[in-house]
Design a protein around this ligand. Sequence first.
Ligand SMILES: Nc1ncnc2c1ncn2[C@@H]1O[C@H](COP(=O)(O)OP(=O)(O)O)[C@@H](O)[C@H]1O
Ligand SMILES: [Mg+2]
Length: 253
Amino acid sequence: MKVLEVNHLRKVYPKTQTEALRDVNCTVDAHEFVAIMGESGSGKSTLLNSIATLETPTSGQIFIDGKNIEAMNPTEIATFRRERLGFVFQDFNLIETFNVRDNILLPLVLSDVDPKSFDQKIDRIAQKLNIEPLLEKSVNEISGGQKQRVAIARALINDPTLLLADEPTGQLDSKSANAVMDVFSRLNEEGHTLLMVTHSIKAASSAKRVLFIKDGIIYHEIYRGELSSADFAEKIANSLTLLNRTGGGEEND
Ligand SMILES: Nc1ncnc2c1ncn2[C@@H]1O[C@H](COP(=O)(O)OP(=O)(O)O)[C@@H](O)[C@H]1O
Ligand SMILES: [Mg+2]
């Protein structure tokens, strides 16, 4: 079953007339773990933010769970975003004046979920992400790696259909980055569908499929298949070298 379908997506930022996405086509099936790689400025965040309903496309369509997000009104989109999508950002986007527990609970509060279920939900998610001892701490008392695990907990609390992450390891040391990627792999094994933007080969090698974007077009993809993540990392690195040399826009193997 398709969780995401992107058709001929184009995005021009009106003020600067920057064509950030030229013609993006891709799909993500349920239970996939897909990484999108590309150099800085290639359109990764624009693509992810468009899927996240945070940017309006210039043309083209995005279907999530079969729903055309363009056809929804602003209220429907807000509800859809809160209840069906989870987001993880490079800079965590946690509320500094809230403690960890309240940060994770925020999407539930905004969604009118019965407060009686809060404790059970938060216990389950905190256990899953190994952050139980942090729940009463304030955000500025915890490390970057811990902040990202809290952000993942917040993204998952509504049990979203699709988890979106933009450079989730971009601000982390390698040990914390590995821990976050382990969490993503485990979530995927448990059935979550993940779409992650990264320019880290190491992070991308945790995914099962990697899409390569350049100048607003996805022009290549590779599957992990039976490869170990170390071997897949090598394959990703080779693809990047080859594609950068040819300048993209061509099919290469
Ligand atoms: N809000 C914006 N307004 C104008 N131009 C933007 C905006 N956001 C991104 N861009 C431009 O769009 C292109 C793609 O940016 P982005 O999607 O952020 O790339 P990436 O995430 O791959 O670094 C870049 O040329 C960037 O400068
Ligand atoms: Mg970006």
